[in-house]
Design a protein around this ligand. Structure first.
Ligand code: PRP
Ligand code: URA
Length: 200
């Protein structure tokens, strides 16, 4: 998949470190418990942030999880970078239209001088990620300092980000095959929010 990513998606970096890939394999297993799922999401997020921060010059960092599932990535990265501040963007997908519905936005002040890691385990149609980047930019975040970190992405979502926000790099542990008719990533992780928080 790395060659496909490079050819089709100049905005995409697949982080193929063996530890990340090993943990992702366990995450994909439907039998993995909520407790282990939560721990693994945090561990993968930490390893991804370790790699991404080695590629970018240091500005003060703000982590911005997209609620709910992005919350699962915050603790792991905060352990690595305790000085990082945290903003929140509340979005959910309408189940019928798959369009994002926004319900919350709060980021720390001083946005013009900060770098942003926008966090969401899943990049599916891309509607949520595109809307979240637009909201950050409207609030004053410099678009060239926004990076999107996800665990799994679909080609459709990466393309949507490339079309809407070509300057925003997307980092992922896996470029998966496709979306199903309900907008779920295949093979994917299932519903990441439900698996993280034990809802369903
Ligand atoms: C999931 C996921 C992303 C979004 C991805 O959230 O965490 O935010 O869907 O899909 P998209 O790329 O097609 O927009 P969901 O809407 O299920 O909300 P939740 O985290 O509150 O459960
Ligand atoms: N949201 C999820 O949680 N999983 C998907 O596969 C797509 C969107």
């Amino acid at each position: 998949m790395a060659s496909r990513a490079a050819r089709d998606f100049p905005n995409l970096t697949v982080l193929s470190h063996p530890l990340i890939q090993h943990k992702l394999t366990i995450l994909r297993d439907k039998q993995t418990s909520t407790r282990d799922f939560k721990q693994l999401v945090n561990e993968i997020a930490m390893l991804m942030a370790y790699e991404v921060t080695s590629q970018v010059a240091g500005k003060k960092l703000t982590l911005v999880p997209i609620l709910r599932a992005g919350l699962g990535m915050v603790e792991g990265i905060s352990q690595l970078i305790p000085s990082a501040r945290v903003g929140h963007i509340g979005l959910y997908r309408n189940h019928d239209t798959l369009q994002p519905v926004d319900y919350y936005f709060k980021i720390p002040s001083g946005e013009a001088d900060r770098a942003f890691f926008l966090l969401d385990p899943m990049l599916a149609t891309g509607g949520s990620a595109v809307a979240a980047v637009s909201a950050l930019v409207r609030a004053g975040a410099p678009v060239q300092r926004i990076r999107f970190l996800c665990l799994v992405c679909a080609p459709e979502g990466v393309k949507a980000m490339l079309d809407a926000h070509p300057k925003v790099p997307v980092y992922t542990a896996s470029l998966d095959r496709e979306l199903n008719s309900k907008g779920y990533i295949l093979p994917g992780l299932g519903d990441a929010g439900d698996r993280l928080f034990g809802t369903r």
